[in-house]
Design a protein around this ligand. Structure first.
Ligand code: ADP
Length: 444
């Protein structure tokens, strides 16, 4: 049956939930429609953390960082293709997003580093709870406590328009189709990493690639908004994540490298600065024999990251008491692997990677048993999407706002340029999700 509300949000991922809480706090009635049977989308799969500079957890750990450095890293990581104004919004507001989440009960007290960051600024729970599910739970609980209504198994199939203004959505729930009229519509449907047709339409080189995305990441919001005149940007910028296990199509968190693991090819040799940006590491991997490689780490590193236990449980981790035994398991030249690791440990000791210039030389790999996980690139993040202004309003081809229409999260383009840094997705969802909700608070 048709109904009415103040704000309808399409998608209950990180961005949609953050927008909902802000719009609700401004006194609006808020309904989220979510097509899947569960809440959280790709945000549930986030394993890295949330990048922010100048936060209380950083202060507790004596980490000196600034939004300007975060800004520079983000622009460099995106090959300067990013919209500078949006990056400024992202990096200036990320620390407040961290405090906001902590205020709602989130634990973001562990601060690590992912590729392309020049400081430790990736916030995550201490003790190894996965960051994505943790934040989704905090956001969902707070949204529901505030009175946000979440309708799962309810798919938006059209954004309604009246006199050039977004006026609601048509949704489908099983056989049921009905209208939700609203004064504001937020597109928070995530990216299109699971839509193979759309992926190869924009980048034919990705034909046949696996994906790390949940099945609902099909770009619905992009096409629906496009139908009422929204402009798109950077659609061909599609990121592959360099460390996805090819057999199980399972993503291995960048934190394994962040905590000190190296990548070696089938010949047992390093071939890249493991903590270079994702585009660079993916490309380098594809140039190796068979187009995949192995993450190599030792016992101490395994102990440092509880995510690794889940990889062990899934049967993805290959083990050897010594490097020689590990090489045997991998059908790799043992001497080559031993030389590689000995060399690398020397770089850690001398604090200089003479081969690939890796700067973050966290730890030597010398405590057996040793481990390996096979990894290669798979489709991960779609940088392109809807064009927005500095208030989170969707723009049309002429650069004018489409009244009543807002967007946030992976469905938005332009923020990450040609390549997104690990840890910047959660920052993006929180900052721009809140921004859309706050703008609606001002506009309604
Ligand atoms: P973000 O990280 O940008 O918040 P997520 O992938 O975490 O993106 O969340 C997007 C959510 O939107 C997912 O839960 C997805 O199932 C949902 N979604 C996608 N398309 C639709 C649609 N047409 N109607 C309702 N929900 C949708």
């Amino acid at each position: 049956e048709d109904r009415e509300t103040d704000v309808v949000i399409i998608g209950a991922g990180g961005a949609g939930l953050a927008a909902a809480i802000e719009a609700r706090e401004a006194g609006n009635e808020v309904v989220i429609v979510e097509k899947m049977s569960f809440v959280g989308g790709n945000t549930l799969r986030a394993t890295g953390g949330l990048n922010a500079a100048g936060t209380s957890p950083q202060e507790d750990l004596d980490i000196d960082d600034s939004w300007e450095t975060h800004y520079e890293d983000t622009m460099t990581g995106g090959q300067d293709k990013n919209d500078p104004e949006l990056v400024e919004i992202l990096t200036k507001n990320a620390p407040d997003a961290v405090e906001w989440l902590i205020g709602m009960g989130a634990d973001l007290s562990d601060v690590g580093r992912l590729g392309g960051s020049s400081e430790n600024r990736t916030h995550r729970p201490t003790g190894g709870a996965a960051v994505g599910p943790h934040l989704v739970e905090v956001l969902r609980t707070n949204a529901e406590d505030e009175g946000v209504e979440i309708l799962t198994k309810t798919e938006a199939i059209e954004i309604l328009e009246e006199d050039g203004k977004a006026s609601g959505v048509v949704v489908q729930n099983g056989e049921d189709e009905y209208m939700i009229s609203a004064k504001a519509v937020v597109v928070a449907t995530g990216g299109f990493g699971s839509n193979t047709t759309m992926i190869t339409d924009y980048d034919e080189d990705l034909e046949g690639f696996g994906t790390t995305n949940h099945p609902g990441a099909e770009g619905d919001g992009i096409t629906m908004a496009q139908d009422i005149g929204a402009a798109l940007i950077d659609m061909e910028e599609i990121q592959t994540h360099p460390t996805v296990n090819p057999e199980e199509n399972y993503m291995i968190t960048e934190a394994v490298r962040g905590n000190g693991a190296i990548l070696v090819n089938l010949e047992g040799e390093r071939f890249v600065n493991e903590l270079d940006t994702r585009d660079v590491v993916s490309e380098a991997t594809l140039e190796q024999t068979e187009g995949y490689s192995y993450l190599i780490f030792d016992h101490d590193l395994r102990e440092s990251l509880s995510a690794i236990e889940s990889y062990v449980d899934r049967g993805l981790v290959i083990e050897g008491e010594t490097l020689e035994e590990l090489a045997e398991e991998l059908d790799m030249d043992a001497e080559a692997l031993e030389d590689t690791v000995t060399n690398y440990n020397g770089f850690v000791e001398s604090e200089e990677d003479a081969d690939f210039g890796r700067e973050d030389l966290e730890t030597t790999l010398d405590q057996g048993p040793y481990y390996a996980i096979a990894v290669g690139p798979a489709v991960h993040h779609t940088m392109g999407g809807l064009q927005i202004n500095e208030r989170g309003q969707v723009l049309n081809e002429e650069g004018d706002t489409i009244e009543g229409l807002y967007a946030a999260g992976e469905t938005v383009g332009g923020i990450h340029g040609a390549n997104r840094l690990g840890g910047n997705a959660l920052a993006d969802l929180m900052v721009f999700g809140r921004l859309a909700g706050q703008s609606i608070g001002e506009d309604l």
